[in-house]
Design a protein. Structure first.
Length: 315
């Protein structure tokens, strides 16, 4: 086939390098992003990073509020002349009528080894679950949630020191390379159906996903911290007051869950199940982050102080 013309669907900063990789090899006929949203204290209407980037490059841009039943947007996609569409963290389910518009349909870049971690937060949940390996899947999009057949898949080893920030960077680089490969040999790709019985979910994070459960193992607490590093971040409680924690690692130590074992210049050591957690920084509400021992002394934290344990509520 001739070099395909591409429509690109994406919204957050993660998708910008993928768009740029496609632009280096193919003609991008249309960029589609989420609508502008109010941001910050002033609620200034702000475009998502992909929309701002596309506008700066002078690319044709659309930001439809809805897709289902949107015949005007379907016509715009058809008129763009795109042979294939690519989605990367776009953030909306695509209706079947839209999927049928490009000749080669839609390809999706998904940051997990499908069918593992279907959903909005595969990077975060892989870290929370303590996975050592993840990867990128290029799939043919269908109307389901990451259920389409697999076209290309490649593993990525997770560095034990990585948080969701570093893992997203690594997967973004991998996704950019793999989608260019997929677009280069569209006619030669062989779709492989997913095994739905092996599927696991990766739902969007909520604030409570960042709350520390001191009854978890120290490794589970640190893995959760890695997964929620970008948002909502790690939150603990002292007498009901919230504090954000930074720089967590597993250390030796035994005590009751949430019990402070040591406060010194290395940080705050708090007991968990089977071991302890070293906390290097603390940010009280409405204040800046500070070294953990500085906060500890100011807050009257001593050996034996118990941080509140948070348990998820039964549905």
């Amino acid at each position: 086939m001739s070099v395909p013309r591409v429509a690109f669907f994406g919204s957050p900063a993660f998708a910008v390098p993928v768009l740029d990789a496609i632009r280096r090899h193919f003609e991008v006929m249309l960029v589609v992003a989420q609508p502008d949203k109010p941001v910050g204290r002033g609620l200034k209407l702000t475009p998502p990073p992909v929309a701002a980037h596309a506008a700066g490059l002078g690319l044709s841009l659309a930001q439809p509020k809805k897709l289902r039943g949107n015949t005007v947007f379907e016509a715009k996609l058809r008129e763009s002349g795109a042979d294939v569409a690519v989605t990367c963290a776009y953030g909306k389910i695509l209706p079947a009528s839209l999927l049928a518009v490009p000749h080669y349909g839609f390809l999706n870049t998904h940051t997990s080894l499908l069918p593992a971690y279907r959903g909005a937060a595969p990077i975060q949940w892989a870290l929370i679950d303590g996975r050592a390996v993840t990867g990128t899947t290029i799939m043919q999009t269908d109307p389901g949630m990451d259920t389409g057949p697999i076209l290309i898949q490649q593993e990525l080893t997770i560095d034990p020191a990585w948080t969701s920030v570093e893992l997203a960077d690594a997967l973004g680089t991998q996704a950019a390379r793999l989608i260019v490969d997929a677009l280069t040999r569209l006619d030669a790709l062989s779709p492989t159906p997913q095994d739905d019985a092996q599927a696991t979910p990766a739902p969007m994070l909520v604030k409570e996903d960042g709350f520390v459960r001191w009854t978890d193992s120290a490794r589970q607490i640190v893995n959760r911290h890695r997964g929620v590093a970008a948002w909502p971040q790690t939150t603990a409680f002292l007498n009901g007051a919230r504090v954000k924690l930074g720089g967590l690692s597993v250390v030796e130590g035994m005590g009751a869950p949430g019990e402070v074992l040591r406060v010194d210049e290395s940080g705050l050591i708090v007991a968990a199940h089977e071991a302890a957690v070293l906390i290097r920084s603390v940010q009280p509400e409405a204040r800046k982050a500070q070294p953990a021992h500085v906060w500890g002394h100011a807050a009257g934290i001593t050996v034996g102080t118990r941080l509140d344990n948070w348990e998820p509520q039964a549905p």
